[in-house]
Ligand binder design. Structure first.
Ligand code: HEC
Length: 146
């Protein structure tokens, strides 16, 4: 009886360890896909202005690399991507005053993936954003646009 219990607890431990590993691998590959899709979308929709390396263009286009604007306005970025922006802003001490078009064709998921790619790659102080968080942010700015 004791032996059987011992064996069972070994088996349970092994199953537990296996499941934990499987879950970790799942989460990792999920994030990796997110970043990979985000990178493709970034290259298609953003890189022609913000450049493939994210550093922007002189004093015409602001950088998205180590951007204090992104860190401070972290919860506005989804809305900027969907609706665009204009007017004077300061990014890392440089003043920009140009117009960015909105990208209404991008889904909530695609916007989330672009944001997580940019932050993972270039703004590591901004934590990973869940789709639910991005959707709340979008809802808030949609309300204010009505
Ligand atoms: C046609 C050029 C253009 C494209 C394409 C473009 N942007 Fe912008 N973006 C700008 C300009 C110009 C500004 C500054 C607007 C201002 O002066 O008010 C800006 C501002 C920003 C900002 C806030 C300031 C900063 O740099 O931290 C972010 C974040 C941003 N863009 C992300 C993106 C993302 C993500 C995409 C792709 C989905 C994108 N942009 C596509 C031109 C562009």
């Amino acid at each position: 009886m004791v032996d059987k219990d011992k064996r069972m607890s070994h088996i349970n431990f092994l199953i537990g360890a296996f499941l934990t590993t499987a879950v970790i691998i799942q989460i990792e590959s999920c994030n990796t896909n997110t970043f990979a899709q985000g990178e493709i979308l970034y290259n298609n929709f953003c890189a022609n202005c913000h450049m493939a390396d994210g550093k922007g263009l002189a004093n015409l286009i602001p950088p998205v690399v180590h951007s204090d604007y992104i860190s401070n306005e972290e919860n506005q970025i989804a809305c900027i991507i969907r609706y665009g922006m204009e007017g004077e802003i300061s990014v890392n001490g440089v003043i920009y005053n140009a117009e960015m078009p909105g990208f209404k064709e991008l889904s909530d998921f695609e916007i989330a993936n672009i944001i997580n790619f940019m932050n993972h790659e270039w703004n590591p102080n901004v934590p990973f954003k869940k789709i639910q968080t991005i959707q709340k942010e979008l809802e808030n700015c949609e309300k204010s646009k009505r």
